[in-house]
Design a protein. Structure first.
Length: 218
């Protein structure tokens, strides 16, 4: 595989000139630029993408930690992120975690080793302390309410959203209202359950738990 020294020798210019042509530097004489471009074509030169990323200081790749890609909620988030990333010239590396600790840790190590510029965490199983150890290696965005200045945070107010949904159903005349959740523990799950229990109290109902399904006492 040819390198920039081979190109410099074939074009009879310096390595610095080759580097300037490869990086579209404006201050290169026309004849030297043409000689370098011709040498690149003749030698079928392809830049080492890892070296390019290292020289630029960024990969233009954003990692996405997603527990389940086929879940409609996460699919909608991924679609929105992908659209914005494309408009900014970024690529996405989607990592499906299945809420497994070792997969999340592997993704954090990829951030550490500069295989991505930043990491968006749609949902997690690891503690915040684990993520805090990697803040110096790249930006980490949490899709949950995080009161920590090191993280960026974007989230849905689960409590208010559940209140609105419950009030809507009551206004429609419903009284036997239940809901199911993917995880029983976690901040978002707790906020939804809190709003649900408070909503039941307004219509004089109690609840029972059946696995991850919350239903009314009959």
């Amino acid at each position: 595989m040819s390198n920039i020294r081979d190109i410099a020798q074939a074009a009879k210019v310096s390595v610095t000139t080759v580097s300037r042509v490869l990086n579209n530097h404006p201050h290169v004489a026309k004849e030297k630029r043409e000689a370098v471009l011709q040498a690149i074509q003749q030698l079928n030169y392809r830049p080492n993408i890892n070296a390019v990323h290292l020289s630029r200081g960024k990969t233009m790749v954003v990692g996405i930690l997603c527990p389940f890609i086929n879940h409609s909620y996460y699919a909608a988030l991924l679609e929105g992120i992908a659209e914005k990333a494309h408009s900014l010239g970024y690529k996405l590396m989607i990592i499906q975690t299945y809420y497994q600790r070792d997969i999340e840790l592997e993704a954090l190590e990829m951030l550490k080793h500069k295989q991505m510029d930043s990491l968006i965490v749609l949902s997690r199983i690891l503690s915040l302390n684990h993520y805090e150890e990697y803040l110096s290696y790249g930006r980490i965005v949490m899709c949950e309410k995080i009161e920590h200045k090191g993280f960026q945070s974007i989230y849905i107010d689960q409590y208010s959203a559940f209140q609105c949904a419950f009030e809507f159903l009551v206004q429609k005349g419903h009284e036997n209202i239940g809901y199911s959740t993917g995880r029983e523990m976690g901040y978002s799950s707790n906020q939804r359950e809190k709003a649900y229990i408070e909503g039941l109290a307004t219509i004089n109902q109690n609840i029972k738990k059946n696995g991850y399904l919350l239903t009314l006492f009959s």
